[in-house]
Design a protein around this ligand. Sequence first.
Ligand code: SAM
Length: 261
Amino acid sequence: MIFPKKSLGQNFLIDKNIIKKIVNLTDINNKDVIEIGPGKGELTDQILSNKPKSLQIIEKDSNLFKILKLKYSNNKIIKIYNSDILKFNLEQITNKGSIIFGNLPYNISSQILVKIIKFRNWPPRYSNLVFMFQKELGDKILGKYSSKNYGRLSIITHYRLKLFNKFLVSPNSFFPRPKINSVVLHLVPKYDKNFKIKNIDNLEKVTNILFSNKRKMIKKSIEKILNINNLKKIEEIDLSSRPSNLKPEIYYRITELYEKV
Ligand code: SAM
């Protein structure tokens, strides 16, 4: 008997149509696949029936790990890790063209996404990401400039990922039933040659500093990292703007400058 652990975000998918819809977003036949947080193997079974070349799954819960080990003991293409995804070297096990799935634990899903966006090698080896998020977080990830959801997360996400597809999932598709709606995002990596940020950590730092006070004019916070004179190189910048009034491209330019000086 499995008692779902709230602390590990254990809401298991029970709706077979949704499971199929998620897995069918990409063609995984003969591809290397990774799944984060397989739980009892609901998505995993569907992934396997679509015949991937290999499947690597990472589950933190030791009880579920044991169940998965037993369940797939005769399966030669599956490799199961009992690890915390936030400490795990995901980049290392990613092969060229890998597809990464995850009905992610809600409490750490933005951290997982940021980890994957910050892979050292770019373009990355993975070709597709298919993740389930809390709907509200999904809105923040996609938040377009001048919308209420625009912010740090969408600026970083748009720098490296492009939305390919999305659909909503109702709480009724899970057990236990969560209180919130969910959304599945299908994202693909992008490589924008117009910007040359050397270290993506610096984009994270710049957005963190500027958004640390959303109501303040950016002039105040930007002085903490750059001499204002340097900013003259960015023509369109208005130092009296609030952080949410700066387009993503301006954040990328500020980060480039920050790296130069
Ligand atoms: N894949 C299953 C499904 O779709 O029904 C389970 C999804 S459930 C929302 C999230 C899963 O992630 C749980 O199995 C949970 O134990 C696991 N998990 C939670 N935190 C984790 C972590 N830090 N690293 C790896 N797995 C984690």
